[in-house]
Design a protein around this ligand. Structure first.
Ligand code: PBG
Length: 324
């Protein structure tokens, strides 16, 4: 069918037609809100490079979580700022560590909230790398046990799901078997399967105080130039027992989201990261773009590319916008 018989504009002429044929939608239930938890009381420290995002003490975190539920956002992912850091990142799996405390309190105050935890060492190591070191190298195999202990400590504290973001080889199977041996068969793993060594993480590293003290993360995070390798990484995580595959960052990697969607049956998540958020916020503050519309269009593009779940600092704002 060709013009003039076929006119695409026929179905664009009013909002009823447009909404009738709309292919992609956003639902607050599919959004995950990242939260940064710090020691202390009544602490609400703004992150300067991420307007609207705060480092929160546990009491404030509970309020924030409730405000998520109030707008229909049912899931959060926790990042911790420990009191002390050390070479092995031992704060990551401390029984009464900052994240472990936060999980317990959140599950008490908001039992309906899904609490996901980021499993990584970089916020807990004094050198800022995502694993322990051997010389100046991140030692893959000794890190695995620490990650598994971290995931287990989160599960014991009551986490609903764990999300390893370290990019060590073999960590999904190590975490799965440790959880299973300890009767946590039902805790899903959302694997940061395809995580690129990205400059878009800059503001997060301010927020979580986890910039590497030397070198960079390119010996474990992926090269932004590669897409076939993304499929290999995802295949490994599927075989190791991941329940959800994540791509990170999101907008510069929409093609990767689409490839994972087409190649695998597992749910796909995408992390719209700190730098992606900060750019929209900054341009909106300058009045150069309409922040709400760019936010909605961006998150929709991530869903259209194939993501089921979006982790985003916009979760609450987007949910409010959807409520009208
Ligand atoms: C920790 C981790 C990072 C992010 C999530 N988990 C930082 C990094 O790998 O350097 C980035 C999130 C964001 O930028 O919003 N490994």
């Amino acid at each position: 069918m060709m013009f003039p018989e076929y006119r695409p504009r026929r179905l664009r002429q009013n909002e009823n037609f447009r909404s009738m044929i709309r292919e992609t939608s956003l639902d607050p239930a599919q959004l995950v809100y990242p939260l940064f938890v710090m020691p202390g009381k009544e602490k609400r420290e703004p992150v300067s490079s991420m307007p609207g995002v705060f480092r929160l003490s546990v009491d404030q975190l509970k309020k924030e979580a409730q405000s998520c539920l109030d707008v229909g956002v049912r899931s959060v992912i926790l990042f911790g700022l420990p009191e002390k850091k050390d070479a092995m990142g031992s704060g990551a799996h401390a029984q009464h560590g900052i994240v472990q405390q936060a999980i317990k309190e959140l599950k008490n105050s908001s039992p309906d909230l899904t609490v996901i935890t980021d499993v990584c060492l970089c916020e807990y190591t004094d050198h800022g790398h995502c694993g322990c070191l051997s010389g100046h190298e991140v030692d893959n195999d000794t890190t695995l046990e620490l990650l598994a202990r971290t995931a287990l400590s989160h599960a014991r504290a009551g986490a609903d799901m764990v999300a390893p973001s370290d990019m060590m080889d073999g960590r999904v199977s190590e975490i799965r078997s440790t959880l299973d041996e300890n009767d946590f068969h039902m805790i899903p793993i959302m694997s940061y399967a395809v995580k690129y060594a990205s400059a878009f993480y800059g503001p997060f590293r301010d927020a979580a105080d986890c910039a590497p003290q030397f070198g960079d993360r390119r010996s474990y995070q992926m090269d932004p130039a590669n897409s076939r390798e993304a499929l290999r990484e995802a295949t490994l995580d599927v075989d190791e027992g991941a329940d959800i595959l994540m791509v990170k960052p999101a907008v510069a990697y929409l093609d990767i989201i689409r490839q994972l969607r087409d190649e695998f049956d597992l749910p796909v998540a995408a992390y719209h990261v700190s730098g992606e958020y900060a750019m929209i916020k900054a341009a909106a503050e300058k009045g150069w773009i309409d922040g709400d519309r760019v936010m909605a269009e961006t998150l929709l593009s991530i869903r259209r590319a194939g993501a089921d779940i979006i982790l985003t600092y916009f979760a609450k704002d987007m949910a409010k916008l959807l409520m009208g």
